[in-house]
Ligand binder design. Structure first.
Ligand code: GLN
Length: 538
């Protein structure tokens, strides 16, 4: 069948969850046996979000092929179980860079280079890249930002043109917000009407409206919206708040979103989507009564999205272990020897977060020393793993000034050091060791047992590494390097042999954990935390 294109735009306010709606639709279409991918177009000028700090745009996600991407790609993977690549995330920066490169090469020789048609053509070319591979029946394109933003205008113009060119093979879903005014005890549809008008002004008539709401929107109100917005009444769908984002696909299916999409794109509607594995996951979620409490030690505790993939991986792992997750953020900048007992003694497991730079690092060492000495299940990810190594060097090996050269270039014991390949790198954007690399795990290690395999492939985002000159000393004292890259011998996993669960990974296992395929090391960590919780109660 010809590839169908679905465009998802948003209006009224940001943060409505276009990514979740796109992912939910993809999940349903995939469960109908269709081949689906989702891509995100971000209107900002950065080439990629790798140079944005989490205050700006939440977590930076990493694809298998080493692209630093918008965190929505994480949702896409978690909901569809289909890996994304560089082609799934395009920014205005990338579009302009490519247009300007073409101009310098002489591709437009003699022409004035303009937003229309050159920038819009470049957007259209990128929209069609994944579809042109022949690998997908549906390509869902999420347009970042909110309708009415100056920045998103070229994207909307490209969508307008594509819809016109593609006819029934293209469709537009517009996501808006229906606020509830408590004083008047009323839901208000006017912002939706205005937002749709704005979209119509740039020449786009939405085919489907998804209304985010905190209260049930009565059928007559949905009919009124349909009438005002030129949308068929069955295509006005509400998306109420639900306890878990993983329930959204079912909410959408109840209102036939997948069927409407098939019908409007001329694809026969046959049977029902096979959501059995998904429902099994939700069933675990419903049945979970006991709680496992995990402390996440990091410096971005006030930001919901800074550790998004870690949160979701923990939630998936807790759910499959039939537990509710109680995730407690522990501010690494505020943690010290005097309060660590009070802050961490209620935890069944502790995660030491990834990160960059010096801020909050001392609190991570305090947490690690306490966890190591109290035999608490502890999981260090990337910078968290590097901190495990440094804390061990200082307090067990007796190398008082041991450090990472990221924090102290003059340390006499550079147990974590810049990778050789990084030494000549001066530019910041896209230059880290990125993407999936092989890791071989030592047979008999806790990590190998967790994965049930000695060969794994996980994603990376770092410049520094374990300094192999110190390897023997660490191993002799009980910190084993149980995972390494088979080609470079870069240390990927460390673990303490005489501890119930103390593992650090240089890679980020959180990027590959999905609802239908939760990451084994998170599953094992949560299992250890549950065992520890029960042991404490004995
Ligand atoms: N700052 C460390 C490095 O670059 C760790 C990075 C991370 O935690 N993602 O190696």
């Amino acid at each position: 069948m010809e590839t169908k294109y679905i465009f998802v735009t948003g209006g009224v306010v940001s943060s409505l969850g276009k990514g979740i709606i796109s992912s939910s639709l993809a999940c349903l279409l995939k469960a109908r046996g269709l081949r689906v991918t989702i891509q995100k177009f971000d209107p900002y000028i950065n080439i990629d979000p790798g140079t944005l700090n989490p205050y700006e745009h939440g977590e930076c996600y990493v694809t298998v092929d080493g692209h630093e991407a918008d965190l929505d790609l994480g949702h896409y993977e978690r909901f569809t179980n289909v890996p994304t690549t560089r082609a799934n995330n395009v920014t205005t920066g990338r579009i302009y860079q490519s247009v300007i490169d073409k101009e310098r090469r002489g591709d437009y020789l003699g022409k004035t280079v303009q937003i229309i048609p050159h920038v819009t053509d470049e957007i259209k070319r990128n929209v069609k890249l994944l579809g042109n591979t022949g690998k997908f029946d549906y390509v869902i394109t999420e347009i970042g930002g909110t309708v009415g933003d100056i920045e998103s205008l070229p994207y909307l113009e490209a969508v307008r043109q594509l819809r016109w060119e593609m006819g029934q093979n293209a469709l537009c879903i517009h996501l808006t917000y229906v606020p509830y005014i408590r004083a008047a005890k009323e839901l208000k549809t006017k912002p939706t009407q205005h937002s749709v008008k704005q979209l119509q002004e740039v020449g786009i008539q939405p085919d489907i409206l998804v209304l985010r709401t905190e209260h049930d929107i009565p059928a007559d109100m949905r009919r009124k919206i349909a009438q005002f917005c030129n949308v068929s009444p069955d295509a006005v769908i509400q998306s109420p708040d639900v306890p878990s984002i993983y329930q959204v696909p079912l909410k959408m299916h109840e209102q036939h979103l997948d069927e409407i999409v098939l019908r409007k794109t001329g694809v026969p509607v046959e049977g029902e989507p096979d959501m059995s594995s998904w429902l099994k996951f939700l069933d675990h979620m419903d049945k979970a009564e006991e709680t496992v409490t995990i402390g996440l030690v990091g410096k971005y505790v006030e930001l919901q999205d800074a550790y998004k993939s870690i949160n979701e991986s923990l939630f998936q792992a807790a759910t499959y272990n039939d537990h509710k997750l109680n995730l407690v953020y522990v501010h690494s900048e505020k943690l010290n020897d005097d309060n660590v007992n009070e802050k961490l003694s209620g935890m069944d497991g502790v995660i030491i977060a990834p990160g960059f730079g010096h801020r909050g690092i001392d609190g991570k060492f305090v947490a690690l020393k306490w966890c190591r000495e109290h035999d608490v299940p502890t999981f260090g990810i990337c910078l968290g793993m590097q901190c495990m190594v440094i804390e061990f060097a200082r307090n067990v090996l007796g190398l008082a000034d041991a450090n990472s050269t990221e924090m102290d270039t003059t340390t006499p014991h550079n147990v974590i050091d810049l990778m050789d390949e990084q030494k000549s790198v001066t530019e910041k954007g896209g230059t880290m060791r990125l993407g999936a690399y092989d890791c071989v795990l030592a047979p008999g290690s806790r990590a190998a047992a967790a994965y049930g395999s000695t060969e794994v492939k996980e994603r990376h985002r770092h410049r520094f590494e374990f300094n192999n000159d110190y390897r023997e000393r660490f191993e002799a004292a009980g910190m084993r390097c149980v995972g390494e890259n088979p080609d470079t011998h870069l240390v990927e996993v460390v673990e303490l042999s005489d501890h119930r669960w103390f593992i650090g990974t240089q890679y980020h296992p959180e990027y590959s954990s999905t609802v239908l395929s939760p990451n084994p090391i998170f599953l094992d960590f949560i299992k250890a935390a549950i065992t520890y919780k029960h042991d404490k109660q004995k």
